[in-house]
Write a protein that binds this ligand. Structure first.
Ligand SMILES: Cc1cc2nc3c(=O)[nH]c(=O)nc-3n(C[C@H](O)[C@H](O)[C@H](O)COP(=O)(O)O)c2cc1C
Length: 272
């Protein structure tokens, strides 16, 4: 994939919700081929790959106790596999996986990032892991049941897990009145990104022409690295910037910082 389909993914980001109940119908072969294609072609970084698996789907989500994480009826899952020797593997996984999840959303398929409530042994044996690789997260893919089931409502705390913090709580740096349109759009898009248990660990520092993401603190909870959530926010920032006509480059940073997006703005542009 040479270009990110920014309008398609930006619009998908606005409507995506985690879905955990599916209707058990196999995915139509043309849609499945499109999912397979995006997994094979959306490879923005070395070290991370995504594989579509149509075997052992029930088993990978089976035996999970409690409401959080019960996935039912999916016929396919995608494994996000990372090279654990790469120091930035979690943010790369979040960024890459979210692109694939947004493409599935654009195809009207349901998904849910699952970083904890899956069986890693089943997931690992369903794909061929290379040396130093690990399945970092998975997502079911399928036709979500049309009406959100009562069970799903309980899992999402009747919509609570979809609520987000205000930008006021998340952003520091350049004052809001000085933000160009692309920064505003990018921050709004980052704010609605999914995160494990909706913890929203990302913090943003704004300087003229750049957005720096850091984690709120260095404690990872639920055994899911916060840098994975931050990688998802990175993709949301980039698609929103592109949606506003702004290209940029990412620079990976050391903890507690995660990465900085630097806009490439010609000096004679109205955005400068
Ligand atoms: C990295 C990551 C890991 C997640 N792990 C799980 C999980 O193990 N089980 C689960 O049911 N949901 C999981 N979720 C889904 C979140 O609970 C959900 O994204 C969050 O509550 C926000 O809701 P929304 O996706 O509907 O906006 C995970 C999400 C992310 C981003």
């Amino acid at each position: 994939m040479t270009e990110i389909p920014c309008i398609r993914w930006y619009e998908a980001a606005q409507k995506r919700r985690s879905r955990r109940s599916f209707n058990s119908s196999p995915i139509a072969s043309d849609l499945l081929a499109k999912i397979d294609k995006v997994c094979k072609e959306f490879k923005p970084f070395h070290g991370i790959r995504a594989v579509v698996v149509s075997r052992s789907v029930d088993k990978v989500f089976k035996g999970i106790v409690g409401h959080y994480g019960k996935i039912r009826g999916a016929t396919v899952f995608i494994a996000f596999i990372g090279d654990m020797n790469d120091p930035y593997i979690h943010e790369k996984a979040g960024y890459t996986g979210e692109g694939i999840i947004l493409e599935a959303t654009a195809l009207n398929l349901g998904t849910c990032w699952v970083g904890a409530s899956f069986n890693p042994a089943v997931a690992s044996s369903s794909v061929q892991l290379r040396k130093n690789e690990k399945v970092l997260a998975v997502t079911p893919v399928g036709y979500a049941v049309e009406k959100v089931s009562f069970e799903e409502k309980i899992m999402t705390g009747f919509g609570r897990t979809h609520k987000r913090k205000s930008l006021f709580e998340l952003v520091k740096g350049l004052e809001e009145s000085k933000w160009p349109e692309w920064i505003k759009t990018a921050l709004e898009a980052a704010r609605i990104a999914p995160s494990a248990v909706n913890r929203q660990p990302w913090r943003f520092n704004i300087e003229p022409g750049s957005i720096t993401i850091s984690v709120d603190d260095l404690k990872d909870t639920y055994n899911i690295p916060k840098r994975l959530d931050c990688g998802i926010a990175m993709l949301h920032i980039e698609i929103a910037a592109l949606y506003r006509g702004i290209r940029g480059k990412w620079e990976f940073l050391s903890p507690p910082q995660v990465a900085r997006f630097v806009a490439q703005i010609p000096s004679d542009s109205a955005f400068a």
